[in-house]
Unconditional design. Structure first.
Length: 733
């Protein structure tokens, strides 16, 4: 494995066993390059252009230096960009701009942020090594210290000093000459622990600013010395306010008196009359009980009462002539917040049209935008958009229409409805609730296709209310017929049973019809190629097709044919069965009747000419009626017979049986085998064998080379009155 150089100093990282004989030399070189990372180095720009300084892999170069002084062999005429590579190196640099031409240089690594170093300046930077988007960051953008910064000499700060607090050990700030300027961006705070700020002139005390309890005192200390507030009005000095101390503080204003919002001008010994402005409205208030407010004027030289506000009558206004209102009008309120405001117990504002339709119109800049109108011709309340038309209609009787002017239902919408998040505490879902008032009443939604004149219903049908259904009906009446469960396509009852084509499902999924599956998962498994779904006694599971019949060879059982008998037949025949050497016949729920004393099943084969029982084994399976014992006739290890394995279960005494037979050596004349004993003798002592047990035996030699059909014969005049017969072939070599 070759050396790598992926570290931030591009040092050589040797692989195990590499550089035999020169390993020490390379390590020493790496130590030297590490030292370079803490040293001083100079890199010169080769021309008056942008340039890239790349830290080389495993060799010395000034680019690796901690303090990197950048010079130029040419005089720079503009700001130039220095790119530090590779863009995967994350490193700290002190960069000095020592180029000629008094130009700044920009330090970059990738497409990320850059840092500009002024001519003659030094910046502490670091690169983040983030690849193509790598950035260069000023490491001292916000330099702070939580401790004490101590200097043994003079600290010179030409650009100013920013200090949170200054603590002076002495008691004075002295200036040898000139004025003292305190220039702050915020407030100047004077905190005097002795409560007094004394103002003197050449040692003469003339004023105090004093804190007395919770009050602030401004004292003119000199006898009869006035307090004068002066200002500059258009370049001229004016006296804005003079407080005459020789006249008990009489206030003389040079101009207007302006009070802050809600501050009052109070007149009378007991503030009987008040004038104030609250920021929105102007108030003239008679504070004395039942004293009127009278607005007077001069009409042709005569005084007139233009307006009288009778406070003893709750402010009844009496105008001497007509009134034009340019502000808010309040009816039942003395503080109307809108142009017209009506207040009272159950107040009614009536718009009574002597003709036409009364309308409340909302305009924007003179343009009719919306209006609320009572359409006297249609006897309906309408919400109308100017220039567009009616959006909402409420008919006499209560029908409410959205997008329609003729609603036929309590809520009639001719558009799309969106139900958003209700946002209430504890419930953040959207809801559309259908609430039926009784168990015989349906609740749900009707979906009508006007083109086909059919409708669907989704909800709880009226005649099966404790369930949910999707129904269909060829009608547009939205009546009970559509919400009838007998018209249901899908039903889910209160037990969770779901029916498709079944109105009263009895299983979790009850389907009346054909089901097509692209896939089937049982117990979390989809099964493997060749497996079949079988009953396990406690459920169903995927099993190898050969698992129940005793076949061999490790191949997969293929279903050749399956027949279900629903009427009486004397035999069941399977044709076109060539191509396999091992077969399995499974007979399920056999209901076999016989005219004799025993029920028999005869298994025969066709070698191309006619059916012959001896071609397989002349096997007859006997089932004694009315008992659980079994009798086997014609033992099948005779010569010139084919080997079989079979199992038989009698489920009950109702003559319904389950039989599995596996046949070997078909279509294979070279087939040979040996037999084995399962009991102490060749015969079987059936009296020692109970119901629901399995029998097995193999024997014989020779196969049947030509074979193309099976027949299962009821024998002895018997018939099959029911059952399923399935023939499998085992795909083995």
């Amino acid at each position: 494995m070759a050396s790598t150089y992926s570290n931030d100093l591009r040092l050589e990282e040797q692989a195990v066993g590499e550089n035999s004989g020169t390993w020490g030399t390379k390590v020493n070189a790496s130590f030297s390059q590490i030292a370079d990372g803490f040293s001083f180095g100079t890199k010169a720009m080769s021309s008056d252009a942008n340039e890239t300084f790349t830290m080389p892999d495993g060799t010395a170069d000034p680019t690796r230096s901690l303090y990197l002084k950048i010079t130029s062999s040419a005089t720079l005429t503009a700001t130039r960009t220095i790119t530090l590579g590779p863009n995967t190196v994350s490193k700290l640099w002190l960069v000095e701009n020592a180029t000629t031409g008094s130009q700044s240089i920009i330090i970059k690594q990738g497409t990320g942020a850059t840092v500009t170093v002024a001519s003659g300046g030094v910046r502490l930077i670091y690169t983040d090594g983030a690849g193509s988007g790598a950035a260069v960051v000023d490491a001292l953008t916000n330099l702070g210290t939580s401790g004490t910064l101590t200097s043994g000499g003079v600290i010179t700060a030409n650009a100013g000093v920013v200090i949170d607090n200054i603590t002076i050990d002495g008691t004075e700030i002295d200036l040898s000459s000139g004025d003292l300027t305190v220039d702050v961006a915020g407030d100047i705070i004077l905190d005097a622990g002795g409560d007094n700020i004394l103002i003197k002139d050449a040692g003469t005390h003339y004023a105090n600013i004093t804190m007395a309890s919770n009050s602030l005192l401004i004292d003119a200390v000199i006898s009869d010395g006035d307090l004068i507030f002066r200002g500059n009005d258009g370049g001229s000095t004016i006296t804005a306010l003079q407080l005459d101390m020789s006249a008990a503080g009489n206030a003389i204003f040079n101009g207007n008196i302006a009070l802050a919002d809600s501050k009052q001008l109070q007149m009378g010994a007991d503030a009987d009359f008040i004038i104030y402005h609250d920021g929105t409205s102007n108030y003239v208030q008679a504070a004395k009980q039942d004293s009127d407010i009278i607005l007077r004027g001069n009409d042709g030289g005569s005084g007139v009462n233009m307006l009288t506000l009778d406070t003893s009558a709750a402010g009844l206004a009496t105008f001497n002539a007509g009134a034009n209102f340019g502000g808010n009008i309040g009816v039942g309120t003395s503080s109307a917040g809108n142009l017209i405001e009506v207040e009272g117990a159950s107040p009614i504002v009536e718009i009574n049209a002597s003709s036409g339709s009364p309308e409340l119109q909302f305009s924007d800049g003179g343009t009719d935008e919306f209006s609320i109108m009572y359409d006297t011709g249609a006897n309906a309340l309408k919400f109308v958009e100017g220039g567009v038309g009616t959006h909402v209609t409420i008919l006499d009787g209560g029908n409410f229409g959205l997008g329609t002017t003729a609603p036929a239902y309590t809520l009639d919408v001719d558009s799309t409805i969106h139900i958003g998040n209700d946002g209430s505490s504890g419930y953040t879902h959207s809801r559309l609730i259908f609430d039926a008032g009784a168990t015989t009443r349906g609740a749900g939604a009707f979906y009508h296709n006007q083109g086909d004149d059919v409708e669907y219903f989704a909800g709880s049908p009226y005649n099966k209310s404790d369930s949910w259904a999707i129904t269909r009906n060829a009608t547009a009446s939205h009546a009970d017929a559509t919400a009838d469960v007998t018209n249901a396509l899908v039903v889910v009852d209160s037990s969770g049973n779901m029916g498709i084509g079944v109105s009263s499902p009895t299983q979790k999924l009850d389907v009346n019809g054909t089901v097509e599956l692209n896939n089937l998962t049982v117990g979390g498994s989809q099964g493997t190629d060749g497996q079949v779904l079988t009953s396990t006694g406690s459920g169903v599971a995927w099993e190898d097709a050969s698992g129940g019949g005793g076949g061999g060879g490790g191949g997969a059982w293929n279903v050749i044919s399956s027949q279900t008998i629903s009427s009486s037949v004397s035999s069941v025949t399977f044709t076109g069965v060539t191509g396999y050497k091992v077969y399995k016949l499974i007979m399920t729920d056999i209901n076999h009747s016989s005219s004799g004393t025993a029920d028999q099943i005869q298994l025969s084969s066709d070698n191309g000419s006619s059916f012959a029982t001896f071609n397989i084994s002349s096997i007859a399976l006997r089932y004694n009626s009315g008992s659980t014992s079994q009798t086997i006739s014609n033992d099948f290890y005779q010569s010139n017979k084919l080997p079989l394995m079979y199992s038989f279960n009698e489920y009950n005494n109702d003559e319904k049986h389950h039989v599995e037979v596996t046949i070997f050596g078909l279509n294979d004349s070279s087939f040979t085998y040996t037999h084995s004993r399962l009991l102490s003798s060749w015969g079987w002592n059936v009296n020692d064998i109970g119901a629901n047990e399995t029998y097995a035996r193999t024997h014989g030699s020779g196969g049947l080379a030509s074979f193309n059909a099976f027949k299962v014969d009821a024998m002895s005049g018997g018939t099959y009155d029911g059952g399923t017969f399935t023939l499998y072939g085992l795909a083995i070599s």
